[in-house]
Design a protein around this ligand. Structure first.
Ligand SMILES: Nc1ncnc2c1ncn2[C@@H]1O[C@H](COP(=O)(O)OP(=O)(O)OP(=O)(O)O)[C@@H](O)[C@H]1O
Ligand SMILES: O=P(O)(O)OC[C@H]1O[C@H](OP(=O)(O)OP(=O)(O)O)[C@H](O)[C@@H]1O
Length: 214
């Protein structure tokens, strides 16, 4: 049976809506009283796993799920060995460098060497500053990274921005965008080659549904 890893949080509703449009109903994951982490879809064709967004590629890489939905940002950060199948066209956000609005910096190139940069995305941050040939200290955090510059722990952050509200409400501004991100359908490469649970057809249907929009 086909297993799909679904991300808790920001991408869950649209992921469920998109899967529903191709006949897989995992809406029970949205029930407020639900604590089950593994369910069968309403038609009994497929199994859904409810996992943390960052863990979706882990289940797909190890083959416990043949398909998964995850942000491109997570794929950039973790570089898992999975097939990138479809850009699902939702979950738009961007990875940006931000500083306090009152800071003197107009560009990351203005940062003094060995500045501290707080981020949940340490690999993306490191790669970006290496591309500028600017030595910095990356400070790993797990969330609320905007507090880095506010408290004075770091000069800047590298973090996701969507509406920009979190930056605005914390007195920060974006200096530079590293890349844009959307939700992606990923697959276990070997399962895709042998078409486990008709995943190739499902992937094609999801590509069409994503173009129409959720
Ligand atoms: N504000 C946002 N607007 C739109 N998409 C977002 C936003 N924040 C994150 N995303 C996208 O949704 C994905 C999941 O984000 P979410 O905030 O639900 O989980 P997380 O913070 O990575 O995980 P966790 O809460 O388990 O640490 C991100 O990887 C990104 O692709
Ligand atoms: O531009 P906005 O629409 O305000 O969205 C951006 C915020 O959303 C994400 O945080 P999340 O809610 O995942 O919390 P976190 O700080 O725990 O990562 C991201 O890390 C920003 O803080």
């Amino acid at each position: 049976m086909l297993t799909v890893a679904l991300p808790k949080g920001e991408l869950l509703k649209n992921s469920i809506r998109l899967l529903q449009s191709v006949g897989l109903d995992f809406s029970a994951f949205l029930d407020s009283g639900n604590r089950q982490l593994q369910i069968l879809d309403a038609s009994g064709q497929a199994k859904g796993l409810l996992v943390r967004a960052q863990d979706v590629p882990v289940y797909v890489e190890y083959g416990q799920a043949q398909l998964g939905i995850v942000g491109y940002d997570v794929l950039r950060e973790k570089q898992p060995q999975v097939a990138h199948l479809v850009d699902l066209q939702f979950g738009y956000c961007r990875m940006s460098v931000a500083v306090k609005a009152a800071s003197p910096y107009k560009s990351p190139l203005d940062f003094p060497p060995h500045s501290r940069i707080a981020s949940k995305y340490v690999n993306c941050a490191r790669e970006y500053f290496q591309s500028l040939d600017l030595p910095v200290e990356i400070v790993p955090l797990s969330g609320s990274v905007e507090l880095g510059p506010i408290t004075g722990m770091s000069e800047a952050i590298v973090d996701l921005v969507s509406t920009g509200r979190t930056l605005r409400e914390n007195g920060l501004i974006e200096l530079e965008t590293l890349y844009h991100s959307t939700a992606r359908l990923i697959g276990h490469p070997l399962s895709y080659r042998i078409n486990t649970g008709n995943m190739c057809e499902l992937s094609a249907k999801l590509r069409e549904a994503a173009l129409v929009g959720v």
